[in-house]
Design a protein. Structure first.
Length: 484
């Protein structure tokens, strides 16, 4: 019932603008934080990179219109399974397990596996040396399987830049990844803290586009386009632009030895200047609206749940108790995944922003309901009795007597819930939303300025929370005027 109420409210939200109707719209899932394959140029909102140019070339041949959807790697296959995206263009390595579950295209990249360690580490040069060591990997990537197969423990990270930072800090021992990503990282950062220590022998990979098996027509169009792009030399030109070698043919990755100058490096302050505005736009476009809409809907639901919770009818109180218990007893991230990736399996599919609003609203309702219940019960029972004596019914008593008094008690804890929600929206990126935190992740992954950019994002959150706290104080002062 509660989910139905949320979804009814969400029908009031504007629908996202769609593409023109002059070609099939294909949603492309990609990370946007994996240079040189998928990343953002300094200050640019548009994703670019080798994989992006390849899929754009495929789309031109196949007559597709593309819509790029950025998300974390570990959420990218669930997004494909649930129909949120139609194809993954993010260096997906071919393997038998994926081939059995997904439609995999012809290869468009060949890469060689390498082992990356700290510059002063000389004991790890082969896969055999990784036994008992810890490597930083995207947990569901092909390279994570290679590392596990070598006996390594896996520390899950989102992208190569984060993994390299863990290696440089001594938090993990190594990374197993492809040589192109490692060479691009070294060239773009100029880092002397990590090095390519050896080759992951026997680990040559083929990268493909991944589709759902239920969409064979799209896969066939992609394969035809890739064959044409290889024949006319387009893939070779794109590859040489990024790698100074043709990695679209087998063995081509062996020719990639130096990517110095492939991407410009910026100073810290240039980076901050370029990224401050995109981060602010993520705050204004997603974080703030998501917070306000979710809190408003969640608070309305919380009142309904609280009244049901204190009702004498077990038909109302028991479901309310169960709802509160479930929401408070499960992680918010799990709730987000269930609403966005799980519900489509039973035919309930919502766009990313309404889905985020639904999940956050239900979470707010579960926690705020107990706050509202406590505030209502704090109103002396004599107030109810006095209302009855002057002829007020239950609804009038709540509206004119109980709620005004309960509001003063509920404001501080509800304000805390609002502050928590503001910060919890940083999880919205798993629902494919480019909020403040996601924009910061993208910028930090591209520039490797983790401390600077994450601290700057924290400044934005702190300012918003400070303003909300000031509003809370003013509201409390205003309500105190009516207390003798």
């Amino acid at each position: 019932m509660l989910l139905g109420l949320v979804l009814c409210c969400l029908t009031l939200l504007p629908a996202p603008a769609g593409a023109e109707d002059d070609g099939r719209v294909v949603k492309v899932g990609t990370e946007g934080t994996y240079p040189p394959f998928s990343f953002h140029e300094s200050g640019s909102p548009d994703v670019t990179g080798y994989d992006i140019e390849v899929v754009k070339a495929v789309a031109e041949k196949a007559g597709w219109q593309l819509e790029f959807v950025e998300t974390q790697w570990d959420a990218i296959f669930p997004a494909l399974d649930s129909g949120r995206i139609d194809v993954i263009a993010n260096q997906v390595s071919w393997n038998e397990e994926r081939a059995a579950k997904y439609g995999l295209s012809s290869p468009y990249t060949y890469s060689e596996g390498v082992i990356v360690t700290r510059s002063d580490e000389d004991d790890i040069t082969t896969l055999a040396d990784l036994k008992g060591k810890t490597t930083a990997q995207s947990s569901t990537s092909n390279w994570a399987e290679v590392a596990r197969g070598a006996g390594a423990r896996i520390e899950a990270v989102e992208g190569f830049a984060q993994a390299a930072a863990l290696v440089a800090q001594g938090r993990v021992d190594a990374i197993v990844n492809d040589n192109i990503a490692a060479l691009d990282y070294l060239a773009s950062t100029g880092s002397k803290d990590v090095k390519i220590a050896g080759v992951a022998e026997g680990q040559s990979n083929r990268q493909v586009l991944a589709f759902r098996q239920s969409d064979p027509a799209l896969l066939a169009e992609a394969n035809d386009a890739l064959a044409a792009l290889k024949a006319d030399g387009t893939l070779r030109k794109i590859s040489e632009k990024y790698f100074k070698a043709d990695v679209s043919v087998e063995g081509g990755a062996d020719q990639v030895t130096d990517l110095t100058g492939s991407r410009e490096r910026s100073s810290k302050w240039d980076t901050l200047r370029d990224e401050a505005w995109p981060i602010f736009k993520g705050l204004v476009r997603i974080t703030i609206p998501l917070t306000l809409i979710s809190f408003a809907i969640g608070l309305a639901l919380a009142v309904v749940v609280a009244l049901a919770r204190i009702s004498a009818s077990r038909l109302l109180s028991v479901p309310a108790r169960v709802f509160i218990s479930v929401i408070r007893g499960t992680p918010l991230l799990l709730q987000l995944f269930i609403v966005f990736y799980g519900l489509p399996e039973i035919g309930l599919t919502f766009d990313k922003f309404p889905a985020a609003v639904a999940a956050f609203s239900l979470n707010v309702a579960g926690y705020a309901a107990e706050t509202v219940r406590a505030a209502i019960l704090a109103v002396p029972k004599g107030q109810f009795e006095a209302a009855l004596t002057i002829g007020l019914d239950y609804r009038q008593t709540l509206r004119r007597i109980v709620f005004p008094q309960a509001l003063r008690t509920a404001v501080p804890p509800l304000s805390n819930s609002l502050l928590s929600l503001t910060k919890d929206t940083s999880l919205a990126s798993v629902l494919l939303l480019t909020d403040l935190f996601r924009v910061t992740q993208v910028a930090a992954g591209r520039t490797n300025e983790f401390l600077l950019l994450y601290a700057f994002a924290g400044l934005y959150y702190w300012i918003i929370c400070t303003l909300l706290s000031a509003a809370q104080n003013r509201l409390e002062t205003r309500l105190d005027r009516y207390v003798s």
